[in-house]
Ligand binder design. Structure first.
Ligand code: GTP
Ligand code: NA
Ligand code: MG
Length: 290
């Protein structure tokens, strides 16, 4: 892509960590306190991703915590996440799944920010967590290292803004960019058949700007984009890079992690999808029976 056409885009963030360390509570807290302005009061729907705004800048969160969803996307080769927030409970410290998540994030080459959660809890020991970070080559910035971290309480809503600001800081350092004028491409976050709507899929746009009326191909499926909605169910007409949108008009339910691309028109999209379906069938038939 021509560097002159690249524009700043919001970071895409996921939340990882040990069981019960507060991933869901943190995502809920962020979502409730920082929904994109003007849309508060709307009924929030689960679409697999949402955007918040801090100091005029957007941040996209994958709202399925844990690395199961993340790895499902990664399995298909898509790299949708820029930053992983590693949640570590201040009373427990690093646990086996924290280390597993850390390994995972490092393999995926995403930037890591540590949220030391449950700072309000009895037995919280922030310095011990920082010590454990140091032992894992995650030297905290305030100890002379480069890993951004902050204590938070997802329960009480403490330091959530600080955490969001660290995300924006990391995004700035990473210089995240995309060309909003390229042929649009995105990654499927999740898909489902919705009553009265047929198959729908949440897509995070990675480059270009997706518009209502576009035709998409995603493996054996295609889509004439009939309507797009944000996480509040509000219709949107176009979606620039890093924006999650739920899309209606699919021929089937594409798998999460699959890449979808805009085609010339609906006819071309359908033909391409059929070709992909044939190729998949041929490949399945060629597999020796086990
Ligand atoms: P799994 O999805 O099961 O892995 O858990 P999780 O990481 O999503 O944790 P969850 O948000 O479900 O929180 C687990 C428990 O910790 C709940 O009882 C929360 O109320 C509690 N909890 C979460 N954040 C905090 C916090 O900041 N302080 C305290 N004291 N408790 C918290
Ligand atoms: Na839990
Ligand atoms: Mg959870």
């Amino acid at each position: 892509d021509d560097p002159a056409l690249m524009e700043e885009r919001p970071p895409v963030v996921c939340v990882l960590g040990h069981v019960d360390h507060g991933k869901t509570s943190l995502l809920d807290q962020i979502r409730n306190a920082h929904v994109v302005s003007g849309e508060a009061g709307g009924i929030t729907q689960h679409v697999g991703a949402y955007q918040v705004e801090r100091k005029g800048k957007k941040i996209t969160f994958l709202d399925t915590p844990g690395h199961a969803a993340f790895s499902k996307i990664r399995e298909r080769g898509a790299n949708v996440t820029d930053i992983a927030i590693l949640v570590v409970a201040a009373d427990d410290g690093f646990m086996p799944q924290t280390d597993e998540a850390l390994k995972f994030a490092r393999n995926a080459n995403v930037e890591i920010i540590v949220a030391i959660n449950k700072m309000d809890a009895k037995g919280a020991n922030i310095d011990r967590v920082k010590q454990q970070m140091q032992e894992r080559d995650l030297m905290p910035e305030d100890w002379g290292g480069t890993t951004l971290c902050t204590p938070v309480s997802a329960l009480e809503g403490t330091n959530i803004n600080e955490l969001l600001e660290l995300v924006l800081l990391q995004a700035e350092v990473s210089e995240l960019k995309a060309n909003p004028k390229a042929v649009a491409e995105g990654v499927i976050v999740e898909s489902q058949v919705e009553q009265g709507r047929g198959p729908t899929a949440t897509v995070i746009v990675q480059k270009g700007t997706l518009k209502v009326g576009d035709a998409l191909v995603c493996g054996p499926h295609y889509c004439k984009v009939r309507a797009m909605m944000d996480e509040h169910g509000k219709p949107v007409k176009s979606a620039p890079p890093s924006t999650p949108v739920r899309i209606m008009g699919w021929s089937g339910t594409p798998v999460s992690g699959a890449v979808c691309t805009v085609a010339k028109n609906e006819k071309a999209a359908k033909a391409e999808a059929e070709e992909n379906a044939q190729a998949l069938k041929a490949r399945a038939a060629a597999k020796p029976a086990v």
